[in-house]
Design a protein around this ligand. Structure first.
Ligand code: ASP
Length: 358
């Protein structure tokens, strides 16, 4: 089930169709993709098709890689219809939108990030200011908000009516044993039914990561998100953590991820991917090897299916200094967005496992 169906189900009060989740079966891994010729490249999560187009155009026009990445992700941050990033993002448990974002700049080796930032639609721009205008890397919560205000960002209400409705319905359906009552016409599925598909289905995630390579071989990246839907207030995911939700080394490549942030944190997924590229692997092979590490580290039975495989997904995206790119997930069937001299397009993501379609 994709994020859109999940949200649609909550909004319309339609019980989630667990049949669509299907059973899992192992399929051989996809063959590694070969890279593109050197030149500007922008790669992002599948929600970033327009973002990579914008970023690529900026890269070709001579923009700095972080500026190009931010220009791309801003499209989603400012889109009230996107419930996973910026304005219109789904709130935390208490109904408050808290945003995480980070940037990393290859040429300078610098990074900036904000976490649990409230009231600012474009946290990626605040992350860039942390990098440019402080001696620090990460500002959180109220301090991040005050820093943003100092730089002229107005404090705005980020909770759209649609996001509030989705949050309210989630609260009402959270438990059959609390004080919340969902409208009767819903055919209330109850908490157990929601849990049946595993954490990925219960708590879909959404984010955009964008890695950029300039025509002259400089790298930069940005990840931005409203984080795990309905998270515990103050929870910070991988997106603003350097090495976890993004990482770049100007000598090697750039990588970042979306999906279950906790798994990217404990595996330092993006840094791990860049290190595998440093050892000579192409981007896609480096990401698949990183996914094997993520699976190996996932030892909590609560986060495993009966066959031991993760019951969540993580997706990674990478480009190396030579312009080769790739993307991989634990669970297949997804796509990623890329733009280069051949235009902006979605391509199939490599994977470790694939669910059988029912
Ligand atoms: N990785 C993000 C987080 O855990 C969520 C996502 O990518 O959907 O906050």
């Amino acid at each position: 089930m994709d994020r859109r169906s999940f949200l649609g189900g909550l909004l319309a009060g339609v019980p989630l169709s667990l049949a669509s989740l299907g059973r899992a079966e192992a399929l051989p891994r996809q063959a590694a993709k070969s890279g593109t010729p050197a030149g500007a490249v922008a790669i992002a999560s599948a929600n970033g098709l327009e973002a990579v187009r914008v970023a690529y155009d900026q890269l070709v026009a001579g923009a700095d890689p972080v500026d190009a990445a931010i220009a791309g992700v801003n499209l989603l941050e400012l889109d009230p219809k996107d419930h996973s990033v910026g304005y219109g993002g789904l709130p935390n448990f208490d109904g408050v939108v808290q945003l995480d974002s980070a940037v990393m700049h290859g040429p300078s080796g610098k990074a900036g990030a904000v976490a649990a930032l409230e009231g600012v639609k474009t946290p990626s721009k605040v992350a860039r200011l942390v990098m440019q205008r402080t001696d620090h890397v990460l500002l959180v919560g109220e301090g991040a908000r005050r820093f943003a205000a100092m730089h002229g960002f107005p404090s705005e209400n980020l909770l759209t009516d649609e996001a509030r409705e989705i949050w309210l319905r989630w609260r009402e359906k959270l438990s059959t044993e609390d004080d919340w009552v969902a409208p009767p016409e819903d055919g209330e599925p109850g908490r157990q039914a929601l849990f049946e598909g595993g954490p990925e289905e219960l708590r879909p995630t959404g984010t955009i990561h964008l890695s950029a390579l300039t025509p002259t071989g400089d790298l930069g990246c940005c990840t931005t998100t409203s984080g795990l839907f309905f998270k515990i207030p103050g929870r910070v995911g991988d997106s603003p953590l350097i090495g976890c939700g993004l990482y770049c080394d100007n000598d090697v490549g750039s990588a970042g991820g979306t999906g279950r942030g906790e798994s990217a944190i404990v595996s330092n997924a993006s840094h791990t991917a860049v290190e595998f590229m440093r050892q000579g692997l192409g981007p896609q092979q480096a990401l698949l090897k990183t996914m094997e590490r993520v699976v190996h580290l996932n030892r909590d039975p609560r986060l495993q299916r009966p066959d031991g495989r993760p019951n969540f997904n993580l997706r990674l995206y990478a480009v190396n200094k030579a312009g080769a790119y790739g993307s991989a997930a634990i669970w297949g069937g997804g796509k990623f967005a890329v733009a280069d001299a051949r235009g902006a397009r979605l391509e199939e993501q490599a994977y470790l496992y694939r669910r059988q379609q029912s």
